[in-house]
Design a protein around this ligand. Sequence first.
Ligand SMILES: CC(C)(COP(=O)(O)OP(=O)(O)OC[C@H]1O[C@@H](n2cnc3c(N)ncnc32)[C@H](O)[C@@H]1OP(=O)(O)O)[C@@H](O)C(=O)NCCC(=O)NCCS
Length: 120
Amino acid sequence: MLVAEIDGRLVGDCSIHPQGLRRRTRHRCGLGISLLQEVWGNGLGTAMLEYAIFAAKDFDYEQMELEVVSTNERAIHLYRKLGFVPCGLLPRALKYKDGSWGDFTQMVLDLRTIERKTEE
Ligand SMILES: CC(C)(COP(=O)(O)OP(=O)(O)OC[C@H]1O[C@@H](n2cnc3c(N)ncnc32)[C@H](O)[C@@H]1OP(=O)(O)O)[C@@H](O)C(=O)NCCC(=O)NCCS
């Protein structure tokens, strides 16, 4: 897990987790990211996600996966920008208090296509 702090206050986190521990699934990791709304739009999400992608490569994951609410255009834009592609849609993944539904767009990033960053 990677966290972002501003003046000692936690404003966001980004984490990767295994999708399975068996030999056939241990190449896959999942991703979660969430920032306080007051810091959106400053490039922090891009920076944290880029870091998480290179960390995943360092852990020898080959595929990163996530689910995002289909109306979350900001997040979907960010994921596409960093190479994720949509691979499915889960209808009625969420049921809201007013009885309406939210779908999940499933996205995947082939980490084998990402060049490993060399840091000084
Ligand atoms: C999604 C999230 C992590 C993005 O973080 P952020 O710091 O705002 O992201 P950045 O500033 O690095 O980049 C945002 C990008 O979205 C674009 N964007 C902003 N609003 C947009 C919209 N309504 N539609 C499409 N793109 C949008 C920005 O232009 C920017 O793209 P660019 O770098 O190509 O110009 C953050 O908004 C968040 O935590 N949201 C709540 C939790 C969430 O949705 N998590 C993901 C769930 S899977």
